[in-house]
Ligand binder design. Structure first.
Ligand SMILES: Nc1ncnc2c1ncn2[C@@H]1O[C@H](COP(=O)(O)OP(=O)(O)OP(=O)(O)O)[C@@H](O)[C@H]1O
Length: 378
């Protein structure tokens, strides 16, 4: 019987490694209460994004009790994401559909809606991909398995012939046949050297494609984010594209929201309006937000809590209202700056005899992983 916990997020004794020789998290613990707006701060590479992805259930870490969100296992209980209770906004929203990875697959779409919603596609290529990935167009995206959801995501990412393809562990949910067929397909594509095209969705198609949404909430978000529904996604600016991504990620009233630097492309008005909206969501509905950012403007009064990570170690957690340094009229930027400046190179972890950590993927040693040798910009 699973233990009931009053926290929204609880991490207990977590271990995680990308590389078994130097684990990023070793016995990591964290507890975040409902209604909190918790800032995650730390230097580049300290582990913020990885932690958010783990909380979002994107990496399997230990057993069901190690990473708990809303009293469920972040990785195992896929309903958390499918029913909209847990929302993760982060990563890039690439202009070229060739970067298969950040197509949001939440809510009740059919596979057909998703795949045929991509305009300007060669139907022969589409049929080939649907067959290759063994996709049933009637699948409802909120009911399929992780592997099936992944197949649709991969299909959408490959509908346009890519010139550069950035792959981020996308075969992790696939069975071995699908994985090998896909690798053959990639090989063929690289050998043929196709001309790239770009995807052509409208903002309206993206936003109204999410089923089961309260129309009042949708209108509010469209207005708040100042979205023009006629925008064509392949022609808009990074900031406009980001607004559509944010809107889609917020359509369902989340209970836990994980934000990874998502306001970076937004202008100051959009950013402040969005922060207000988030605050309202926490105060009115008891929702919980964890926000990793390097931009601290306006966050002194917005955040309730702060968690500081250094090299995968939770150095401190504070209530903002009780943070001594802030009381001495310093702003958050200078407080965090002083913490980061006091980190010295010799403090960097150099584990001796690192513990045996579960690998993140059964394919960690596969030739496919070597595709990561390509640069990936977020
Ligand atoms: N997919 C990956 N494979 C291997 N190592 C990774 C991977 N992703 C991140 N890392 C490493 O894990 C560490 C933590 O990275 P992470 O992206 O979580 O840091 P971050 O705190 O979000 O950094 P930033 O502030 O620069 O966004 C870094 O040393 C990084 O190089």
């Amino acid at each position: 019987m699973e233990e009931v916990d009053s926290s929204s997020i609880r991490v207990s004794g977590m271990q995680f490694a990308y590389d078994a020789q130097s684990p990023l998290f070793v016995d990591f613990n964290l507890k975040i209460l409902p209604g909190s707006r918790c800032l995650l701060v730390g230097a580049n590479g300290s582990g913020k994004t990885t932690l958010l992805k783990i909380l979002a259930g994107k990496h399997m870490v230990g057993g069901r009790d190690v990473v708990r969100v809303l009293n469920s296992s972040a990785f195992h209980d896929t309903n958390l994401v499918c029913n909209g209770d847990l929302s993760y906004l982060g990563g890039s929203w690439s202009k070229t559909i060739g970067s298969a990875g950040d197509v949001p697959l939440q809510g009740d779409f059919s596979a057909e809606h998703m795949i045929f919603g991509v305009d300007g596609v060669d139907p022969v290529r589409r049929e080939k991909l649907i067959e290759l990935l063994d996709i049933d167009l009637q699948w409802r995206m909120h009911k399929v398995s992780d592997g099936q959801r992944r197949r649709v995501q991969i299909c959408m990412g490959l509908l346009h012939p890519f010139q550069v393809l950035l792959l981020d562990e996308i075969t992790v949910d696939l069975d071995v046949v699908a994985r090998l067929d896909l690798l053959d397909f990639f090989k063929e594509e690289c050998e043929q050297g196709d001309v790239p095209l770009q995807g052509d969705f409208s903002a309206e198609h993206m936003i109204f494609g999410v089923d089961g949404v309260d129309p009042v909430r949708r209108e509010k978000l469209i207005e708040l984010l100042d979205i023009d529904l006629q925008w064509r996604m392949h022609k808009v600016s990074d900031g406009q594209r980001r607004r559509v991504q944010i809107c889609m990620g917020l359509l369902h009233p989340f209970q836990v929201l994980l934000l990874d630097e998502i306001t970076v492309d937004l202008d100051v008005v959009a950013r402040l309006d969005l922060l207000d909206f988030f605050k309202e969501e926490c105060e009115q509905r008891g929702a919980t937000i964890v926000y990793a950012t390097h931009i601290y403007d306006g966050l002194e009064t917005w955040a309730t809590d702060l968690a500081y990570i250094q090299d995968g170690v939770l150095k401190r957690t504070d209530k903002l209202s009780e943070l001594g340094e802030l009381k001495n009229s310093a702003n958050l930027l200078s407080v965090v700056e002083s913490w980061l400046r006091s980190e010295t190179k010799h403090e960097k972890k150099k584990p001796i005899n690192p513990p045996q950590i579960q690998k993140t993927s059964p394919f960690d040693s596969s030739p496919f992983k070597s595709s990561r040798h390509m640069a990936y910009y977020r």
